[in-house]
Design a binder for this molecule. Structure first.
Ligand code: ZN
Length: 524
């Protein structure tokens, strides 16, 4: 019955598209499937002392959510395929654990907006999957259960995730369709979200509804993203298997999650999921992907040369290749570090090579220091400043750092940093921000009058280099620096992850990688 209904509205839509705007609108409002949008995205480290509050999510409600998705722009095909009812979507920079108050407030707001516009044929659940909340395990699993309590079990939920997210059995059961990125760095983020939406629309339009089978396989591997980029082997070949697996007849989607390595919960591990209508194909495909992953586990290495900071600086100074990039990995704010650890900058400024203006040029991006920024504004461009920055949140490795030098730039208006200052001390230019901000684009530097291409050494709080920096590098090393996202996982104090777990338990036996067929959300 439902299928005939949608064939009818499709026919109406085809007619309407040929007619004037008014009749198009009529069809959209009256007959198209009703689809909600909701979700919260953050990855938060439980090994960082930082806390994330509600403001950090910059949450959008209602129609402003469309701006997040180019494929749902007013003229897009997908926009016309449904009566969209966006509720709330929030996305925060990675950071520390989310306060319980922030989580409860955002969830409560989402649920009340969902209540206003129901019922729904579908819901696009757009999450990252690695949120940690004070005193609550598996927040995304909790969130989807509470959404189900409002929208009911018949609505088809399609979930889109980051491949560094975690898929608990509870999340797997409550969602009907699920997918994640297939590239790290995440060049396919928007494409993946569109796939989640297109799968949802086509299951509704065709009347096929929820896929008959969902296979879920926990894979006992926990690795950092810096070892599992899809740009290099074995991540490259592993993830190249995903698209062909998903395109088979009888399969709706296939996905591999690396999982998030800096939170200490039982759900933190790799997962494979496949959804579709052909039980045998769903099962076999999931098992093949999980087995492929397990079989290459010993081959995952850091994707660029890795060394102590001292050795990284020695190499960069001696190198003839410029710009020489150094990743300050332990405090990477885009993985969940506090972003204000001063240890690396302190080590750089104590090196004699950088004391004179004639030393090798070095850019350090970045360190938050609101008081420093205020003093720099007072001094003005060209003025001298002498003040402290950093270590307001994470002072475990070094205290706030004293920076003395000349103010070379002051820029206002960045969404994350608010105000950015460049201060030159010796041959080092330090970017100090009012609030923490990742430096991922060439324009982040050039806006401040910096030219990273003509600089000898560029040190960034980052893990693997994002595409623009990667393309700019003449050479690159990843420094094993301390912080809330220490890349040496063995140094972290895990207590609650499942054991045995690769690579923590060296001699573990082959795990059970048979597909678990997860009950449908209809059977909740
Ligand atoms: Zn990610």
């Amino acid at each position: 019955m439902k299928r005939i209904f949608y064939i009818l509205i499709l026919a109406q839509l085809v007619i309407a598209l040929g007619c004037n705007q008014q009749s198009d609108k009529q069809v959209r409002v009256n007959d198209l499937p009703r689809i909600a949008i909701a979700g919260l995205a953050i990855e938060s480290s439980t090994f960082s002392p930082a806390l994330t509050d509600e403001k950090a999510f910059h949450s959008k409600t209602g129609d402003s959510i469309f701006m997040t998705y180019p494929f749902l722009s007013p003229d897009s095909l997908d926009r016309k395929r449904a009566n969209w009812l966006p509720a709330l979507r929030g996305a925060a920079l990675p950071g520390g654990i989310v306060t319980r108050e922030a989580y409860e407030s955002l969830v409560t707001k989402t649920l009340s907006l969902l209540k206003q516009n129901g019922p729904y044929d579908g819901l696009f659940f757009d999450i990252h999957g690695a949120m940690s909340v004070v005193g609550l395990d598996d927040p995304e699993g909790d969130f989807i259960v509470r959404i189900r309590e409002v929208i009911g079990k018949e609505t088809i939920i399609s979930t889109s995730m980051d491949l560094h997210g975690n898929v608990s059995l509870r999340l797997a059961q409550n969602t009907d369709l699920i997918t994640c990125y297939r590239m790290a760095p995440h060049e396919d983020a928007m494409q993946s979200k569109k796939r989640a939406v297109d799968n949802l629309l086509s299951r509704i339009e065709s009347g096929k509804g929820k896929p008959a089978f969902k296979a879920w396989i926990p894979v006992p591997i926990l690795l950092p993203g810096e070892k599992t980029s899809t740009r290099v082997e074995p991540g490259k070949s592993l993830y190249e298997q995903v698209a062909p697996a998903a395109e088979q007849e009888g399969i709706v989607d296939a996905a591999i999650w690396i999982g998030y390595a800096w939170a200490d919960e039982p759900r933190n591990h790799a997962v494979v999921m496949v959804t579709g209508d052909d039980q045998e194909k769903v099962t076999n495909t999931a098992e093949a992907l999980a087995t492929s992953f397990w079989n290459v586990r010993l081959q995952f290495e850091f994707i660029a040369p890795t060394a102590s900071l001292k050795e990284s600086l020695d190499r960069a100074i001696a190198s003839k290749k410029h710009p020489f990039f150094i990743s300050d990995m332990g405090d990477n704010p885009t993985a969940g570090g506090a972003g204000d650890v001063t240890w690396t900058l302190k080590e750089i400024l104590t090196r004699p090579e950088f004391v004179s203006e004639k030393g090798p040029s070095l850019i350090y991006a970045s360190i938050p220091g609101p008081e420093f920024v205020a003093k720099a504004i007072e001094a003005g461009v060209g003025g001298k400043v002498d003040a402290y920055a950093g270590a307001a949140i994470d002072a475990r490795y070094a205290p706030p750092i004293r920076l003395t030098g000349t103010v070379e730039a002051i820029e206002h208006g960045d969404q994350h940093a608010e105000t950015e200052v460049v201060v030159k001390t010796g041959s080092v230019r330090v970017v100090v921000t009012k609030k923490r901000k990742p430096y991922h684009y060439e324009a982040d530097f050039t806006r401040l009058g910096l030219d990273p291409r003509k600089t000898d050494i560029v040190v960034v709080k980052i893990g693997y280099l994002v595409p623009e920096l990667y393309d700019m590098r003449a050479d690159w090393i990843m420094a094993l620096t301390p912080g809330g996202v220490d890349q040496d996982l063995q140094r972290l104090d895990f207590k609650r992850i499942n054991r045995p777990m690769f690579p923590f338990d060296k001699d573990m036996k082959n795990p059970d990688l048979r597909a678990r067929l997860v009950p449908s959300s209809d059977d909740l």
